[in-house]
Design a binder for this molecule. Structure first.
Ligand code: SF4
Length: 270
């Protein structure tokens, strides 16, 4: 049951009305619940930010780290005990902006964990500054005349870095989101799921979508399934959120490779 993994004594939650974080949390916990694992064999690691507060409501082992370093802590935990089921929860600030370096190296090493990056397109917790995924021309607290940078396509970054499962969903399509998280859990290796999620309080208010439903509608309208994207031009795809599974391949994960070396050395030592 979902309640087995929900720290109900910490409710009501911290998130604003209309925030997408709660939708991602329920999808994650329902999927963890389905695995039949012992609670103490699961570790949820978070960084800083609105989505990083999720560990306040999760009844497994949890570790709340410093900004941008969630994947560094997760890597250490997985290497120390490869039998643990490790989940890393990051926002776009944590995952690809401050923590971008950890993201590409965790993908390159193929650390066997599930990383869920909730992308709300700005730094929500600190008041709505632009992040590494803020779209061009968007208004934020630090781009009041329109953002002049282009946001990362994070899935392409992770795929290029070597992530062996890479997918994007949105909180608008919860059925797809559930499936993507299910596939990420089943995959052996670095499993990355980006979730496009509304921040009506900051991104929405600054961009004429102050009502939560307006941001949700905008996300729906900007979303293009991967199969349809294949027949669209780069110009048509500008600013769109392409959803689906971009990578699902098998490659030896880091802990397995490490153990193989340990076993070989033990064998050579006789
Ligand atoms: S500031 Fe934005 S991301 Fe943070 S809880 Fe509020 S709506 Fe959600």
């Amino acid at each position: 049951m979902l309640q087995d993994y929900l720290l109900e004594e910490n409710l009501p939650h911290f998130w604003c009305a209309g925030c997408g974080s709660g939708i991602v949390l329920q999808s994650l916990l329902r999927n963890i619940d389905k695995q039949g694992w012992k609670r103490e064999d699961t570790v949820v690691v978070t960084g800083i930010g609105c989505w990083g507060k999720a560990d306040d409501y999760i009844k497994t082992n949890t570790f709340h780290g410093t900004h941008g370093r969630a994947l560094a802590f997760s890597t250490g935990i997985k290497l120390a005990n490869p039998d643990l089921h490790v989940f890393t929860l990051m926002g776009d600030g944590d995952g690809i902006t401050i923590g971008g370096n950890h993201l590409i190296h965790a993908a390159r090493r193929n650390i066997d964990l599930v990383a869920i990056m909730v992308n709300n397109l700005n730094y929500g917790m600190t008041g709505g500054q632009y992040s590494g995924t803020t779209p061009r021309d968007a208004i934020t607290k630090t781009s009041p005349y329109g953002h002049i940078e282009t946001g990362f396509d994070v899935c392409r970054v992770v795929q290029a870095a070597g992530g062996s499962f890479v997918a994007r969903g949105t909180v608008y399509d919860v059925v797809q989101l559930n499936k993507l998280i299910e596939q990420a859990i089943a995959h052996k290796g670095f499993s990355f799921v980006e979730v496009i999620s509304p921040c009506p309080t900051h991104f929405g208010r600054s961009n004429h979508m102050a009502a939560a439903v307006e941001m949700m509608r905008w996300i729906k309208e900007q979303t293009v399934p991967l199969a349809r994207a294949a027949s669209m031009s780069p110009q048509e795809l500008e600013g769109k959120f392409v959803t689906g599974v971009f990578e699902n391949s098998q490659r030896e994960d880091y802990s397995t490779a490490y153990q193989r070396v340990v076993d070989r050395l033990k064998g050579e030592a006789g």
